[in-house]
Write a protein that binds this ligand. Sequence first.
Ligand code: FEO
Length: 164
Amino acid sequence: MISPTMQGALNAQINLEQYSAQLYLAMSAHCAGKSFKGFAHWLKVQSAEETAHAAKLVDFLLARGGHLELKAIAAPPIDFGGVIQVFEQTLAHEKTITGSINALFERARAEKDHASEIALQWYVTEQVEEEAGVGEIVDHLHAIGDQGGAIWYLDSKMGKRGKG
Ligand code: FEO
């Protein structure tokens, strides 16, 4: 049986993952509105991944006999500026999530909740990948700037995410 504090912390993380899905969907729409269909696609896939992250935590919580306490999901912003700013904000958000996952992991350790600690290892590893992947996109955007032909090449590359 999961402790009340771990249950509360997992429910809060589920809300944060759901907010991430909302945030990336809003960013996707923002990019689509600027005709950057590839960046929009990448962010939409990212949004779906965040929904999956939340669902995986829900399954774990329920398997431990915990209660799911869904809360309202905060509204994301509507405007995110240029494409470079969009991905800088994505990277900053992923760093926030990493901090939150690390805090959860530390809580599991402190409570000697081995099952939660092992389940959270997947998220710790995932955050390394998330930050590295988004960091690379930010580096590429800084290198090419958000004007000129190179950004359209990068846009078409981003549009291939999940398509083989
Ligand atoms: Fe669910 Fe992008 O971390």
